[in-house]
Design a protein around this ligand. Structure first.
Ligand SMILES: Nc1ncnc2c1ncn2[C@@H]1O[C@H](COP(=O)(O)OP(=O)(O)O)[C@@H](O)[C@H]1O
Ligand SMILES: C=C(OP(=O)(O)O)C(=O)O
Ligand SMILES: [Ca+2]
Ligand SMILES: [Mn+2]
Length: 667
């Protein structure tokens, strides 16, 4: 994409010669410099009054002004006392000091607002911290920790570029960062405190993502994180919201050590208005992100230097030993997978969009199957790309931003995501030209999992507020690297539940070398890494909601066709988009269908814009025996995976449970 920066194609310089407009073209050498004499003979420079400053410091002080106050007087209709700005800052610092308090040394750290680099800022708004007996004083109590509270993207850019190695501004204005040694999530290091309550409530044991730890170990790690954060000169604090459903909003606080993490969460969570921030109060949930600092391997339960620890009773999460920002967003998603079902609300690992006529579609799928790509659709409004809730009121996005994969990103295929990569967007682990700062999205030198995190309003047709009515279509995405699943199948309710509980995708190994066999992955509810309850709990809720609201289920293969990985090829994104278009418009529902053998899937015989022969995968394989063998192999893997679920009842409906058990492959 190196070039003249002509992004929208409307205008182009024919040659590079007209750049110095009005000074005559400069085909040979530099343009002649002309003074800007106007025809009336007055020199432009002389017409401007001189700068209103006597000294350079004074000049600099003129540059910045204080943000306008937001809620001037409280209680205009009531008798509430006005709280001064000073008092408000004091309260905020006390709240943050309480968050950061050591559990053994009683009081929180000495906090002061603002950047420590700005020496002129005297420690005003000190959080009052009384340490009376001298024997109780620790070194950390004698120092100040500066709090950078809900900074703006511009301020966070400056912090990142000044203090964090590997931070750069790309050609389109995004902030390129490095997440360090970890460039993806670490599910083996995600632990959940098992106590009397969670013991009964949560899903434990085989297949569960919840690796247990005890309360004491959590506190050891929490203290480690808090001590690390307090030892720094400054910490970033974000106070934000989750869930666009106003009745079920959760207040979250993220304490972190890096501007990268603060900007990432600024983008990913819902951003409070200045007024909402003033009234924020105590958070419902707090993350302590001490990702640069490892956990201690001598600590009980620790198996590596990384630990992501969730304590539902304390409503806290501690991150040690990984700077991958996705841990924060997906960690909070786990919390929602616990809190929301308690309120009869279904949490969904899905993208979501809405058509002009108000038809909502959900896109379930594991990482890399197309939730973000397919929910970001220029002809529809984006509700969200990854995490949603389905309540009696309809759907709501949990987040305030999107987190798109960038590997091989192209302007042609994914224009809206491409254009969202601009000022404010965090670009993780990408490679760029050191001079032009143009990003090379094909370069996987750092990792294959390159990512862009941007506020949802960077997508031009985002639906704000990010809520919608009950879904009409539930699309299950599977990237089948075996190449035997049809590009699209219509599912009955039992099949939808079977495939939802199975949560199949098959990916090819991260490295290209020597990949012979696609790796089948089964991840219950298309997000086993994030669910907290048994999969059948979520499945029962989904079945009930789909039945009640008459939603249709679809299985879409965004993976291989014409052979498995290595011999076939990935289904072209434009074809998948046509398939999705036909689902949205309702035309696919009216198509003629035939049933496949083994999986018993209903496949359409024709879709506008898609070659008919690819709709039945058997047609695309030249070696029919290889197709059949591969089909049976995959069917066997499905069957084996489902064995663990055969003893469970799904909801109260015996009949549905039986139908679900019968909805898998038959051979
Ligand atoms: N037929 C297809 N359908 C969907 N995505 C495809 C297809 N072919 C290639 N892709 C690529 O696969 C990736 C899907 O990733 P993404 O949408 O970010 O997944 P998720 O949000 O589910 O983790 C994108 O990089 C996209 O360009
Ligand atoms: C952030 C993630 O989500 P996804 O790949 O589904 O976008 C992840 O799994 O780490
Ligand atoms: Ca995604
Ligand atoms: Mn996701």
């Amino acid at each position: 994409m190196a070039g003249n920066g002509n992004v929208n194609g409307e205008f182009s310089f024919g040659t590079t010669t007209t750049r110095i407009a009005g000074t005559g073209t400069a085909r040979n050498g530099l343009a002649k410099i002309q003074t800007n004499k106007k025809t009336n003979g007055i020199c432009h420079d002389d017409s401007t009054p001189p700068v209103k400053a006597q000294t350079i410091d004074e000049l600099h002080s003129l540059q910045k002004k204080k943000s306008a106050p937001t809620t001037p007087i409280k209680g205009t209709q009531g008798s509430f006392a006005t709280i001064s700005e000073e008092e408000l800052h004091k309260q905020q610092l006390q709240s943050i000091s309480a968050s950061l308090a050591s559990l053994t040394r009683e009081t929180g750290p000495n906090l002061v607002k603002g950047d420590p680099a700005r020496k002129s800022e005297t420690p005003k708004h000190v959080s009052h911290h009384h340490f009376t007996p001298a024997f109780n004083v620790s070194d950390s109590a004698l120092k100040f920790t500066h709090v950078l509270y809900n900074l703006s993207p511009a301020e966070l850019y400056e912090q990142a570029i000044k203090y964090e190695k590997g931070s750069f501004i790309t050609a389109t204005g995004a902030l390129a960062t490095l997440s360090g040694a970890k460039t993806g999530r670490a599910p083996r290091d995600k632990r959940v405190v098992r106590d009397e309550t969670t013991e009964d409530e949560l899903w434990w044991g085989k297949g569960s993502p919840n690796i247990e730890m005890d309360e004491h170990t959590f506190l050891v790690n929490r203290e480690r994180a808090v001590d690390y954060l307090n030892s720094l000169d400054k910490v970033f604090v974000n106070d934000q919201f989750l869930n666009w459903d106003p009745e079920n909003t959760i207040k979250v606080r993220i304490v972190s050590a890096r501007a990268y993490h603060s900007l990432f969460m600024h983008n990913m969570c819902i951003r409070p208005t200045p007024e909402e921030l003033e009234n924020f109060g105590t958070p419902d949930f707090t993350i302590y992100n001490a990702g640069q600092f490892p956990c201690n391997r001598y600590t009980h339960y620790m198996t590596s230097s990384t630990s992501i620890d969730l304590n539902l009773a304390r409503r806290e999460m501690v991150i040690l030993g990984t700077q991958y920002a996705g841990e924060m967003k997906k960690g909070l998603f786990s919390v929602m997978h616990y809190l929301m079902p308690k309120r009869q609300i279904l949490s969904l690992h899905s993208g979501c969009n809405i058509g002009k006529d108000g038809d909502v579609a959900l896109f379930f799928g594991l990482s890399g199957t197309g939730k973000t790509t397919l929910s970001t659709d220029h002809n529809r409004y984006l509700i969200g790309d990854d995490e949603h809730c389905w309540s009696d009121n309809g759907v709501s996005n949990i987040e305030g931003g999107c987190y798109a994969k960038c590997v091989d990103l192209s302007r042609e295929k994914e224009p809206d995501i491409w254009n969202a990569i601009k000022f404010g967007t965090v670009l993780e682990n990408v490679v760029f030209d050191e001079h032009t700062r143009e990003v090379d999205y094909t370069d996987k030198s750092v990792t294959e999992n390159t990512r862009a995190s941007y506020p949802i309003e960077y997508i031009p047709n985002a639906k704000i507020p990010c809520v919608g009515p009950h879904p009409k279509n539930v699309i299950l995405l599977a990237c089948d690297a075996f190449g035997v699943l049809p590009p699209v199948s219509k599912l009955n309710l039992a099949q939808t539940m079977y495939h939802f509980i199975s949560g199949y995708t098959a990916l090819v190994a991260g490295t290209e070398e020597g990949v012979k066999e696609p790796q089948a992955t089964f991840s219950a509810c298309f997000g086993a890494a994030f669910i907290m309850l048994h999969p059948t709990k979520y499945a029962a809720m989904l079945a009930e909601k789909m039945q009640k609201h008459g939603a249709t289920g679809w299985l879409v293969n965004t993976g291989w066709s014409g052979g498995r990985y290595g011999s076939g090829s990935r289904i072209k994104l434009p074809y998948t988009r046509k398939i999705i278009d036909a689902i949205h418009s309702g035309s696919l529902l009216k198509a003629n269908f035939k049933k496949t053998s083994v999986f018993g899937l209903e496949i359409p015989t024709e879709i506008e814009g898609v070659p008919s022969e690819i709709l039945d995968p058997v047609n695309t394989w030249s070696d029919k025996k290889a197709y059949n063998d591969t089909l049976l192999k995959l069917a066997g893997l499905f069957k084996k995976n489902f064995e663990t679920f055969t003893s469970y009842k799904i909801g109260k409906d015996n009949k549905l449970t039986e139908e679900i058990l019968a909805a898998g492959p038959n051979f």
